[in-house]
Design a protein around this ligand. Structure first.
Ligand code: KG4
Ligand code: ZN
Length: 449
């Protein structure tokens, strides 16, 4: 821990945060008001469309795109922060027909960069960057940019674990509200007084699946994690099995949603905590898929997860359907059956996640439950978790806090973004945990603790 450039500590904190752990090039600026962090800008450029047909990220393609977009994205984040354009402005890849590529912005006009450079020179006090885990080629692009900026401007740098960033994304809504109606806002007072700790965080993305007990800012225990595939990875693999594009999560979610709308209009079924889950009778509920997949290691008494067996169960089912119907490819399976498979898969995931999370809530009595990571964009999973928590609270389980909060990121911050990295960095700065550019290291396998 090195405190450098002490002159800057007197200025109001303004963090330029950079995140490039996977296929996004992201930058954000976090400021401070009334002793609270506020998101001043949040820019994301994604190369996801370039990976749609390969069934997964092609690392070299991702990092080449990041090289192209790094400077424009950082510049846009700096400019937006000046005008406090807080809402995440998606700057997508040119291949995405629906959104403007960075190159369509006025990046060739020198004013664009001079305004950004002015912000960088005059207002930024800290640089934050994702140091891992992630794809090494991608991490290096953002990390090197951050190091160079810290060196050139003689600013402290805060290397952040990507998973810690996801934990903080769930607090973003609170920070945004704090900026708008800070005074007399109970919700914010709660956060300020750190009434959310201990918080139990279920963080689920394409690269990790974890239950983390946040005892305080920077004080974490991992109480469980996947022993094989991450949930997002399982979604992506099941999508590929069904001939759907990457990323598979939203595709599977859409099919499952169609099934539920068809069967049960808008009602969600509540995963029961009481029934025997291994091939359990939950499927007999009206709104459940007629197909049933296993709930791996749900009853093993730990808070760990396993999803590779579930993926294999889907593969076996898909092959059986193909054989029975003389199909050459899974793409030829009729849409109705695909929807049933997607819904059955999502039910199995929801049951395992909710069962283990509620068990952990009973054990650790957290004041807040956080659901974060790319997969937290999934509406069904969010609703299943909320309903299971409500059900457990209604059962008046003694160890469950009656006013337990449920926190999840705003949609634009569920996937990878730099605002979450900046928010996490803000609390590192409060603890004096900042570094010098020459001492920080990138690590593709960086551990949370
Ligand atoms: O956090 P994230 O953007 O990147 C990683 O750190 O991995 O998470 C990406 C993952 C992908 O596996 C993607 O399929 C999944 O999140 N995902 C979803 C949904 N949206 C994204 N999974 C399920 N349902 C969704 N709606
Ligand atoms: Zn992520």
């Amino acid at each position: 821990m090195v405190e450098i450039n002490t002159m800057n500590t007197k200025k109001t904190i303004r963090i330029l945060a950079i995140e490039t752990s996977c296929d996004e090039t992201a930058a954000a600026v976090i400021g401070e008001e009334n002793g609270q962090p506020v998101i001043l800008s949040n820019i994301i450029s994604s190369s996801v469309n370039l990976h749609a047909e390969t069934g997964g990220i092609v690392p070299e393609v991702a990092s080449r795109e990041q090289m192209k977009y790094m400077v424009p994205v950082v510049s846009q984040a700096l400019i937006n922060s000046k005008h406090e354009i807080r809402n995440s402005k998606q700057i997508q890849n040119p291949n995405d027909q629906n959104s403007k590529p960075v190159s369509d912005f006025d990046i060739r006009i020198s004013d664009f960069y001079s305004e950004a450079i002015f912000e960088l020179q005059n207002n930024i006090t800290h640089i934050a960057v994702t140091a891992g885990p992630g794809l090494i080629g991608s991490l290096l692009v953002g990390f090197n940019a951050a190091k160079t900026l810290a060196y050139a401007r003689d600013l402290p740098i805060i290397p952040i674990n990507h998973i810690e960033g996801h934990l903080y994304s769930a607090l973003a809504e609170e920070f945004k509200i704090s900026n708008l109606k800070f005074k007399n806002n109970d919700k914010i007072e709660k956060l300020k007084n750190e009434k959310i700790f201990p918080a139990l965080a279920l963080t689920v993305s394409g690269g990790h699946t974890m239950l983390v007990l946040m005892k305080n800012h920077g004080d974490y225990d991992i109480i469980g994690q996947t022993i094989d595939d991450a949930v997002g990875e399982a979604y992506d693999k099941v999508a590929r099995l069904l001939g759907l594009n990457y990323p598979g999560g939203p595709e599977i979610a859409k099919l499952a949603e169609h099934f539920r709308n068809r069967v049960h209009s808008t009602q969600y079924s509540v995963p029961s905590q009481d029934k025997n889950p291994e091939y359990c009778e939950l499927s007999t509920e009206d709104s459940r898929s007629p197909i049933v997949f296993p709930r791996p290691i749900i009853n093993d008494g730990t808070f760990n997860f396993s999803f590779s067996g579930l993926k294999t169960a889907v593969l076996v089912k898909v092959k059986k359907i193909m054989a029975e119907n003389n199909l050459q490819s899974a793409t030829d399976i009729n849409l109705r059956t695909k929807e049933e498979i997607a819904a059955a898969f999502e039910e199995a995931v929801a049951d395992v996640l909710t069962f283990k999370t509620v068990k952990a809530v009973e054990k650790y009595s957290p004041r807040a439950v956080i659901f974060a990571g790319g997969v937290s964009a999934n509406h069904y999973l969010v609703e299943s978790l909320k309903l299971s928590l409500d059900t457990a609270r209604d059962r008046k389980v003694k160890s469950i806090e009656p006013d337990i909060q449920f926190l999840t990121p705003p949609k634009e911050m569920s996937g990878d973004n730099a605002a979450m990295i900046g928010l996490a960095a803000y609390y590192h700065i409060q603890r004096g945990d900042v570094s010098d550019w020459s001492s920080v290291k990138v690590d593709a396998n960086l551990k949370l603790i």
